[in-house]
Design a protein around this ligand. Structure first.
Ligand SMILES: Nc1ncnc2c1ncn2[C@@H]1O[C@H](COP(=O)(O)OP(=O)(O)OP(=O)(O)O)[C@@H](O)[C@H]1O
Ligand SMILES: C[C@@](O)(CCO)CC(=O)[O-]
Ligand SMILES: [Mg+2]
Length: 396
C-alpha cells in the first residue's frame, strides 16, 4: 500500500438520448452532472476490510483470512478484463448468500465492492476501510451505480499501485493519465456488470471521463463543441432497477424483433440529429429553430421509450405538467420511474420555471435546475472537500 488515506470522486450523468438503444449497439449522447459520489480509502492494520455506505445504510466488515479462502483457484490475470470471473462471482454469492436474481440495493453494492477488492488485491489482501457517500439519488437514473463503481475502481487500483497516485502535495485535485483512466473505466465496467447485468458502458464512461460524450458500441468520443444547455431535472422518486428494466427491453426485442429493431434504430437517429443540431448551435449560435428541433427530438424519443416499455405514469405526469407550459421532457437513464429531464429555452421566463417546479413538487417529485459537463473521476486532497462531505466520510 502506497498511501494511508486518500479521497476520490466521480460524477453522475444524464443521458440526453439513446438509453436502452445503446445497450443494443446504437448511438447515445450523455453528459456528466455536477452531483458527485465521494470515496475515502484508508489503509489499516486491523486484519479486516470495512465498507461504509451511508446512503444505503450499509456498514459491513470481513476478516481478511475469511476472504482469502474465496481466492483459491482464482485466475491472477483477469483475461484482459473483458469478462467477469464467473467462478469468483459464484463463490462470492455463496459467501454473502446473495442469490443470482437479487436486485437488492445493498446486496448489489456489496457484491460489486467485494468482487473488485478481491480481484485487484488478489495477490495480497490488504486491510482497508472504504467509505462512499453520494450527492446522487441512489437508483434514480442519474448513474449512481456508475459513479460508485468508478470511485471504487480508481481508489482500489491506486491503493494497490496498479495506477499512480496523481495528487502532488501542492494540488487540491488531480486526474490520472489517459491509459490509467482507461483501466479505471474497464474495472468500473466490471462493477456495472455485477449491478446491471448487461450494461452498455456509457454510464461508467461518463463517470470516468466527464464532459459531454457520444457513445457507440464501446467507442467514446468527447463532444467539445456544445452550446450551454439549461436542464431541469425531476426525480419522480419512483424506485426502479436498471437491471430489471434492461432485461425487460431485451425480452421485448426477442419477442417482437421486427417491431422493436426499427425503434432502436430510430432512437439512434435521434441521437445523431441531436448531435448535428448541437454542433450547429455551437458553431453558428443557437436559434429558436434549433430549440424547436431539440424539443421535437425529446418528444419523439419519449414516445419510443414508452414503446420499449420503460415509461411510467409518474413520467407521463412530468411530461404533461411541463408541456402545459410549453416545456418538453423525457425520462433519463433506465426509466420505469426515476428521473426525467426538461429542456429550458434561453427565453424561458424565471416565473414559468418557478411555477413548473412548484407544480412538480406538489406531485411529490424533487425538481431542480442542474449544471452539466462536470469533470470526470478525480483524486482530491482533504482540503479540496467540503467540511460536510469530510464529516460524513470520516465518521465511521
Ligand atoms: N452511494 C451509493 N452507495 C452504495 N451503493 C450505491 C450507491 N449508489 C449506487 N449504488 C449501487 O447502485 C445501485 C443502483 O444502480 P442502478 O443502475 O439501478 O441505478 P442508477 O445507476 O442510479 O441509474 P441508471 O443506471 O439508470 O443511471 C444501487 O442499488 C446500489 O447497489
Ligand atoms: C438503460 C441504459 O441504457 C442506461 C442507464 O443509465 C443502460 C446502459 O446503457 O447500460
Ligand atoms: Mg446504473
Amino acid at each position: 500500500m502506497q498511501t494511508l488515506e486518500f479521497f476520490v470522486s466521480a460524477p453522475g450523468k444524464v443521458i440526453l438520448h439513446g438509453e436502452h438503444s445503446v445497450v443494443h449497439g446504437q448511438v447515445a449522447l450523455a453528459v456528466s452532472l455536477n452531483l458527485r459520489t465521494f470515496l475515502q480509502l484508508q489503509s489499516t492494520s486491523s486484519g479486516e476490510v470495512h465498507i461504509n455506505l451511508p446512503n444505503i445504510d450499509t456498514f459491513l466488515s470481513w476478516e481478511i483470512t475469511a476472504l482469502q479462502s474465496l481466492l483459491a483457484g482464482c485466475k491472477a490475470e483477469q483475461g484482459g478484463l473483458k469478462e467477469l470471473d464467473a467462478d469468483l462471482l459464484k463463490r462470492l454469492r455463496e459467501f454473502t448468500r446473495i442469490s443470482e436474481d437479487s436486485t437488492d440495493t445493498r446486496s448489489m453494492a456489496v457484491l460489486a465492492f467485494l468482487y473488485m477488492y478481491l480481484s485487484v488485491f488478489a495477490e495480497s489482501l490488504a486491510s482497508i476501510t472504504v467509505s462512499v457517500w453520494s450527492e446522487l439519488p441512489t437508483g434514480a437514473g442519474l448513474g449512481s451505480s456508475a459513479a460508485y463503481n468508478v470511485c471504487l475502481s480508481a481508489a482500489l487500483l491506486s491503493a494497490r499501485g496498479n495506477i499512480s497516485n496523481p495528487l502532488t502535495p501542492q494540488q487540491e485535485s488531480a486526474r490520472w493519465s489517459k491509459e490509467e483512466m482507461e483501466l479505471i473505466n474497464r474495472w468500473a465496467f466490471m462493477g456495472e456488470k455485477i449491478i446491471h447485468g448487461n450494461p452498455s458502458g456509457v454510464d461508467n464512461a461518463v463517470g470516468t471521463w466527464g464532459g459531454f460524450l457520444r457513445y457507440h458500441a464501446g467507442n467514446i468520443s468527447p463532444l467539445s463543441w456544445v452550446p450551454v444547455l439549461r436542464i431541469l431535472l425531476t426525480n419522480t422518486k419512483v424506485p426502479r432497477s436498471t437491471k430489471v428494466l434492461v432485461s425487460g427491453v431485451k425480452d421485448k426485442i426477442n419477442k417482437f424483433p421486427s417491431v422493436l429493431k426499427p425503434v432502436l434504430e430510430s432512437v439512434s437517429a435521434v441521437s445523431c440529429v441531436c448531435e448535428q443540431t448541437l454542433t450547429e448551435m455551437a458553431e453558428r449560435g443557437p436559434s429558436a429553430e434549433h430549440y424547436n428541433i431539440l424539443e421535437e427530438l425529446i418528444d419523439i424519443n419519449q414516445h419510443h421509450l414508452n414503446v420499449m416499455g420503460v415509461g411510467h405514469s409518474s413520467l407521463d405526469t412530468l411530461c404533461r405538467v411541463t408541456l402545459a407550459r410549453g416545456l418538453h421532457s423525457k425520462l433519463t437513464g433506465a426509466g420505469g420511474g426515476g428521473c426525467g429531464i426538461t429542456l429550458l429555452r434561453p427565453e424561458t421566463d424565471t416565473s414559468v420555471i418557478q411555477s413548473t417546479v412548484e407544480e412538480l413538487k406538489a406531485c411529490g417529485f424533487d425538481c431542480w435546475e442542474t449544471s452539466i459537463g462536470a469533470p470526470g473521476v478525480q483524486q482530491h486532497s482533504s482540503a479540496a472537500l467540503s467540511q460536510h462531505i469530510l464529516k460524513i466520510l470520516s465518521s465511521y
